[in-house]
Design a protein around this ligand. Structure first.
Ligand code: 5GP
Ligand code: MN
Length: 321
């Protein structure tokens, strides 16, 4: 871990607070939700009032409903001018959606994050380490600095963040430190088996149909080292799925060895696509996403695109090396 100069002041600010507003990025993944709910649970145990939330659509993905999502409050219930607010897994304030306004108005803002591409430093206290596997790994250090109890439920939230952001300890962000933190979380009661089953092995039957459509539609662009595909709203309707059921589809699209980078476009609305980019390591997809006003990491990034899927592919192809 790099020296996080703001770690001790951030822990002190948390300990001094009576009420803590919290927000993670819109469309939260396991790391965003796991980190935020871990801090929320631990703070609650310390007698703090907590307001963990995220911007609309306010509906956690089914894969993460085993986390203590009952702690979440709707975005409208977060203090508009919180005394203390913490954001998780957001490289830029716009990733907070509607809650960016609360973060801006907060008297004190703690930012916990590990993004690189397209990121800015926007907190009063910033726990940002691009080398950390996950925001959850940083949240673990924050909880330790505050000397707050990491019980089995808190450990489960944190290990979920680490497992999902490291691709089950497979990606290049998996460091010896990541594994040491994970080992401690297992010692504290987190169960890798339970987390793995909930997150990776409980798809709705319709997932198979949507995955089939996406795989059938995949296109290889050999001279650009790219494989891409698209998921339309019609695929969701035909398979009784919602967008929150489709987080793992990109992991199928990125399989072909012929491509060093993968792109999955998901239709969020008419003329509105969300792009997920993945790299095998040579191509920096974070800078591709950042050039499209998105962001992320070297090997995993995303962006929003207004236009057709074909236009989005053309824009990405243009930016690839
Ligand atoms: P995913 O493809 O799983 O949605 O996202 C991959 C990574 O890129 C995550 O770290 C996520 O936070 C980041 N990311 C995805 N979409 C966006 C976006 O629209 N803007 C920014 N700044 N980052 C994004
Ligand atoms: Mn993350």
């Amino acid at each position: 871990m790099v020296e996080l100069v703001d770690l001790v002041p951030a822990a002190a600010a948390l300990k001094a607070a009576e009420r803590i507003a919290m927000a993670c990025h819109v469309g939260p993944d396991g790391d965003a939700l796991g980190s935020m709910l871990a801090l929320a649970l631990a703070a609650q145990t310390e007698g703090k009032e907590v307001q963990p939330s995220y911007g609309p659509p306010f509906e956690p993905a089914p894969a993460y409903r085993f986390l203590p999502t009952e702690l979440l409050v709707p975005p409208g219930a977060v203090d508009p001018e919180p005394d203390l607010m913490v954001t998780f897994d957001c490289g830029t304030p716009d990733r907070l959606g509607d809650l960016a306004t609360n973060a801006k108005a907060a008297k004190r803002l703690i930012v916990v994050d590990h993004h690189v591409a397209g990121s800015e430093v926007f907190g009063d206290l910033n726990l940002i380490d691009a080398a950390a596997s996950s925001t959850a790994e940083l949240t673990f250090h924050l909880l330790r600095a505050a000397e707050w109890k990491i019980d089995q439920r808190v450990a489960t939230c944190l290990l979920t963040g680490i497992v999902t952001d490291t691709g089950r300890f497979q990606y290049s962000n998996t460091s010896p430190e990541t594994l040491r933190v994970a080992a401690q979380l297992v010692e504290l009661g987190a169960s890798p088996e339970t987390i793995g089953q909930h997150v990776y092995e409980e798809e709705a039957f319709g997932f198979l149909g949507a995955a089939g459509a996406v795989m059938q539609r995949a296109v290889l662009v050999p001279d650009r080292n790219l494989v891409w595909s698209v998921l339309y709203q019609a695929d969701l309707a035909a398979n009784a799925l919602t967008l929150t059921d489709t987080d793992s589809l990109i992991d199928l699209v990125r399989l072909p060895i012929e491509a060093g980078a993968a792109l999955l476009l998901k239709e969020h609305g008419p003329g509105l696509f969300k792009g997920s980019l993945r790299s095998r390591g040579l191509i920096d997809v974070g800078s591709v996403a950042a050039a499209l006003r998105g962001g992320g990491h070297h090997n995993a990034a995303g962006f929003t695109f207004n236009g057709t899927a074909e236009d989005a592919v053309a824009a990405v192809v243009d930016l690839l090396p």
